[in-house]
Ligand binder design. Structure first.
Ligand code: KIV
Length: 302
């Protein structure tokens, strides 16, 4: 069996100057494909609220949602580190409650690590989880769970904001995080932060100076995600799915699907089997008071 990537491997990759590739996945078949492609980590992101559930923001995603999807992803993977996202309000209330919730993602869900949003303010929680043996990935910059407070915009453009990001990253590292996502941070700032940290930075919309990159699977596959500057569409799977569904519907309506190739044929028993089917109708008619004289149940139709 392929050796699974660990949180420790992340640190070693940074030391060796090797870039880390992470993608999201939310279900068994896509996680199996992404895993066999050799990505280093799969994030069961709360972005599933947007791309799978059709919600406007990630704040609607629950622990049970992430648990449900993590189980599928964990079952499908042998190589990639599976990181489960901690949803809004599952880690903000107290370190103890966070530990209980993160513990469920690891113990019931099969994740090997969790991710949570925030800087210095979540450091005590990160420390508690790490002490309990749960590897933690941080997430600073644009933190979508705080959309109502900060909006969906680039973070760290000003001196103060960039310094706060650096402080947050150091706080997470000191608390024992093994990596940190930098989302929508200007290239120069994320490169500077990456140079200063021991743990790797995983960028999304934060430029090539990060130690690794993450994209939302549906965005990079071309299923939605149109117009996102940080995204690169590596395929047009959305068009492929739509085209296939259109071709199927047309074939069904025109009688071009199914053909005998997709059908099972009875062969020599056909006459006997069909007689049995016709006898059922004959018996129903008799039971309903119709004497059935106008049909021949063992021959042709009415
Ligand atoms: O939920 C998610 O997919 C994420 C990535 C965008 C980093 O947090």
């Amino acid at each position: 069996m392929a050796k699974r990537v660990t949180a420790r491997d992340f640190l070693q990759r940074k030391e060796r100057g090797e870039k880390i590739a992470m993608l999201t996945a939310y279900d068994y078949p896509t996680a199996a494909l992404v895993d066999s492609a050799g990505v280093d980590a799969i994030l069961v992101g709360d972005s599933l609220g947007n791309v799978v559930q059709g919600q406007a923001t990630t704040v609607f995603v629950t622990l049970e949602d992430i648990l449900y999807h993590t189980k599928m992803v964990a079952r499908a993977t042998q190589h990639a580190l599976v990181v489960a996202d901690m949803p809004f309000l599952t880690y903000q209330i107290s370190p103890e409650e966070s530990l209980r919730n993160a513990g469920r993602l690891v113990q019931e869900g099969g994740a090997q690590a969790v991710k949570l949003e925030g800087g210095a303010e979540v450091a005590p929680t990160v420390r508690r989880l790490v002490q309990a043996g749960i590897p933690v990935m941080g997430h600073i910059g644009l933190t979508p769970q705080s959309v109502h407070a900060i909006g969906f915009r680039v973070q760290g453009r000003t001196s103060d904001a960039a310094a706060r990001l650096m402080e947050g990253a150091y706080a997470l590292e000191d608390a024992g995080a093994f990596a940190v996502v930098l989302e929508l941070v200007p290239h120069e700032v994320s490169a500077e932060i990456s140079r200063r940290l021991r743990m790797p930075t995983i960028g999304i919309g934060s430029g090539a100076g990060c130690d690794g990159q993450v994209l939302v699977l549906h965005d990079m596959l071309g299923i939605g995600g149109a117009g996102l500057r940080h995204n690169r569409r590596y395929a047009e799977v959305g068009q492929v799915i739509q085209g296939a569904a259109e071709a199927y519907a047309k074939d069904v309506r025109e009688g071009a699907f199914p053909t005998s190739e997709q059908a099972v044929l009875l062969g020599a028993d056909a006459a006997d089997v069909l007689s049995a089917v016709r006898r059922v109708e004959h018996h129903r008619l008799i039971a309903s008071g119709d004497d059935g004289t106008d049909i021949n149940p063992y021959g042709g139709g009415r």
